[in-house]
Ligand binder design. Structure first.
Ligand code: PGA
Length: 250
């Protein structure tokens, strides 16, 4: 069975004191058995957030990583640096990285491989923009992103890959995909994983939904058979809403 995961993507929000305050509040939250929770603050907040989480079961993730191991890559952060900050999960290929920072599937693929080579876990984001959904080509777009992003990744390593389906038109807009539409895409993603790897990998891989997921819609999203969790932006910035989402009603 797939362990549900609720992951908070804090994006470029929160100063160190603000991030610590949020982490301290979340550290008091009871994480129901059989669920995983992850928070992904900015790089500068990783170490203080880890400290503030203390003995909480909440895991530490980050929002990006460079694929090179070290050297003259001004402004970038390597896998070893992240490991030394006790990061366990790395979000790769978020639509904002693709749209605003020019990340192609080829770059995403190099990053995915570097995260896996370092022994860390990947949260690989895929999702179509509004024009693509209106044209009805969302499945093709997501299949291309998955195929490109996972190119050359051995089936054994896919155990450390989590997919996040984030329709770009739903991110930060208050427009959520309906649970039915999200579930249909998740089923399509699972089928694509079966073709890329095998049925066992497809069955075991967690597929998170992201895009205006919040405390009011989480229960209906999680009720769907192919939705294994959520990657949460805005609603992860407040302890009350993220807590309610971790404690979604099954
Ligand atoms: P949102 O962001 O929940 O604010 O829509 C989700 C994401 O971009 O990961």
């Amino acid at each position: 069975m797939r362990t549900p995961m609720l992951a908070g993507n804090w994006k470029m929000n929160k100063t160190i004191p603000e991030a610590v305050a949020l982490a301290e509040a979340l550290a008091k939250v009871e994480i129901p058995a059989g669920r995983e929770a992850v928070v992904c603050p900015s790089f500068v907040c990783l170490v203080p957030v880890k400290k503030a989480l203390g003995s909480s079961k909440i895991q530490l993730g980050c929002q990006n990583m460079h694929f090179e191991a070290k050297g003259a890559f001004t402004g970038e952060t390597s896998a070893e640096m992240l490991k030394s900050a006790e990061v366990s999960h790395v979000i790769i290929g978020h639509s904002e990285r693709r749209a605003l920072f020019g990340e192609t599937d080829a770059v995403v693929n190099r990053k995915v491989k570097a995260v896996l080579a370092a022994g860390l876990k990947v949260i690989l984001c895929v999702g179509e923009v509004l024009a693509e959904r209106e044209k009805g080509v969302q499945n093709d777009v997501v299949k291309t992103q998955l195929t490109g992003g996972l190119d050359g990744v051995p089936a054994a390593d896919l155990a450390r890959v989590i997919i996040a389906y984030e329709p770009v038109w739903a991110i930060g807009t208050g427009k959520t995909a309906t649970p039915e539409d999200a579930d249909a895409m998740h089923a399509f993603i699972r089928g694509t994983l079966a073709a890329l790897a095998n049925a066992q990998v497809a069955e075991a891989t967690r597929i998170l939904y992201g895009g205006s997921a919040n405390d009011a819609n989480i229960d209906s999203l999680m009720a769907k058979p192919n939705i294994d969790g959520a990657l949460i932006g805005g609603a992860a910035l407040k302890p009350e809403s993220f807590t309610r989402m971790i404690q979604y009603k099954a």
